[in-house]
Ligand binder design. Sequence first.
Ligand SMILES: *Cc1c(COP(=O)(O)O)cnc(C)c1O
Length: 368
Amino acid sequence: MTVATTERLFNFSAGPAVLPLPVLQQVQQELLCLPGAGASILEISHRGPAFEPILAEAQANLKKLLGVGDDWQVLFLQGGATTQFSMVPMNFLTPGKSADYILCGAWSKKAIAEARKVGAVNVVWDGSSEKFTRMPRQSEMRATSGTIYMHTTSNETIEGVCFAEDPDLGEVPVVCDTSSDFLSRPLDMSRYSFIYAGAQKNVGPAGCTLVVARKEFLARAGGEKLPVMLEYKTHVENDSMYNTPPTFAIYVINLVLRWLLNDVGGLEAMHRRNLEKSKLLYNAIDGSEGYYRGHARSDSRSLMNVTFRLPSEELEKKFAKEAEARKLDGLKGHRSVGGMRASIYNAFPIEGVQALVTFMDEFRKANG
Ligand SMILES: *Cc1c(COP(=O)(O)O)cnc(C)c1O
């Protein structure tokens, strides 16, 4: 192993986040010269013969992982998931229409604020009075009649809550921000019309946003006077190549998709790994006799972002500091909720979770 790999920390960062080591090693190996291209992936044209197969393979790998066919469109966009907060309503929430939103945490709150700038929004479920400790149950998600779509967030990254099941809204098109748990488990795609995710949490480097949408739903987009880059039609018609796409990010994403397909063995296998990792942590919280207190209710616990508190803020500071000394990095929670947050995305190794659990136990004994 090189110095660089032995010096790597256990990286609990919420995003940009840990990537699979074999992917990083391949990037390193190919960085000076992409096989067959005679130059680095960073230096070649997006219209050239070396890049186009990468884009096509990334689209195909993504569809294969999600189990969707040619009635679905894959787009690689820029501007982060945050730009989707605006693009979705700008394209679909046309005058005279209204859209339903589920308010289940800090990210959906931002999505709602952007949609309100565009048109009529109904917040059909609001978890703020419960401090975003859970997701709505199926029976609590009732669509407003005539709604153009229902917007959900599959995993709220800051609070650490996620849906236990894909919501079933029947005929109502479901639009879902899957930024922080994308490809962490199989998705029942029959329940969705449009999903999007910033790559930097679970699928690749920062700089690319993935959209997977039904072509039939995309065809409903209006917004004829929109800036060209904000129209889905532009990106659909040009296969994500209207302007220069984030070529390096797409290349790395494709390597991560290959890793998921070939090394991990698909999303069912990925889900089993994620259940195992998160269970270790939640068991440590539940077995701590109240010393560690999980933020999320047990039926809404995130497999990706495990949020918990200690008996006092002083102890939380001490915990973060001592954890860092053990190479357990990035455990401080988001400033809006405090406490600790262990982000354990797909590529996060189980050894890191085991090390954290051991540390939690020792810390509690020393500071109980
Ligand atoms: C990080 C995050 C976003 C914002 O993503 P950007 O790519 O930084 O715009 C949106 N939604 C969720 C659920 C996130 O975790």
